[in-house]
Design a protein around this ligand. Sequence first.
Ligand code: AMP
Length: 438
Amino acid sequence: MSVKFTTPKGTHDILPEQHKYVTLIKKIVRHRCRQHGMRRISTPIFEDVDVFARTVGADSDIISKEMYVFDDKKGRTFALRPENTAGVMRSYLEHGMGSLPQPVSFYYFEPFFRYDKPQKGRYRQFHQYGVEIIGESDPALDAQCIKLMDVINHDLRIHEGLSLQINTIGCPKCRPEYIEQLKNYYFGKDRSMCSDCIARQHTNPLRLLDCKQEDCHILASLAPRMSTYLCEECKTYHATLKEYLDELGLQYTENEFLVRGLDYYTKTVFEYWDEKTGAQNAIGGGGRYDGLAEILGSSVHVPAVGFAAGVERMIERIKEQNVYVPDKDKVHVFVAQLGPEAKKKSLSLLYQLRDRGIKATGALGKASMKSQLRLADKFEADYCLILGQMEVLENTIILRDMKAGKQEIIPFAKTIDKLVKLIGEEELDYYHFFEPNA
Ligand code: AMP
């Protein structure tokens, strides 16, 4: 079949057979975050462009090259969100969450948009789950973020072959002096630098340290190190963080070239890398961003820490590593019917089955019995219920075990009890919620 419309470049449909991966990740994330006392937040997909432009840093790649920006009918400029930290902090400030018990801990699972060059693991619409802990500064909170991501990777069985990289990029007290030294070091070396790095000297000097170009990499390896310039507070903070990581049994690589692309980070930065491909294919990363609230106009200092992880890259790992992924979509029962009376009866039977937690479907079109049975096979239903004119008259139904290829005639009234016994109470699909005092 020729198609006129396809998904825009760099985006993809999540087809039903792919959703089991998303569901698994979502469930594990929700479960672990709830255990940590975190609550879910969703902010709009688009925001005032300045929420990102001011905070992420106008010279970062995300803002200068990758943001989808548009004007609405009244000429206001918005951007599709490229990340979530700025939006969550905007929400925290807008709703006066500073008056709640601190820190306020959020988690999210949402789509994001970056006008990146699409390639494996890099898309224009992608999904991240992430965590933001806002309102307190303590290395124990940073350690908890780092550990939470590790725990989720373990739960998903994708932790093998990931390495934790950590660094500190100082604070407004000590970083300016380091940046000056970095600029001095790079001064006059334009001929050995890529064009991006030549610009970065003036716009985002820290990013000189993580350029992937070979010559730039060599230059960076000889550049002054942040660790030499850290103030006492940042030094102690980082040392304590490492003690906490040791306490939590986390192995890490100290990587002084890890800076992350965004302006708003202070002190801790971290990423989980694929050991084979390194920074190219990070599963996720984050850090502390104590200065973000003030950039967004807050008159109060609001320290915070968080991380984001890429769902598509996690799914890729789940597939590569052949992790078992439960699939709850398979139906238990297929109902086949023939004749107007049987069709009527099967329609209400389908609802009785579903009300009892049995996943049931049927061919309610005009197909012949033979093609309905073929469909039951294709749906890989465990059981098939067959209702013809004769069965309607006799108040019976045929129950066919599709795997065993055997069938029996049973009284219609016994259908549900019989199926529940065969399927097993624990396999039934219910949504339970209990009202207090009900
Ligand atoms: P970042 O905050 O930019 O480091 O993003 C956090 C994580 O999101 C990355 O480690 C990736 O796993 C994922 N990610 C970032 N950009 C993309 C993209 N364009 N396509 C798919 N995943 C992405």
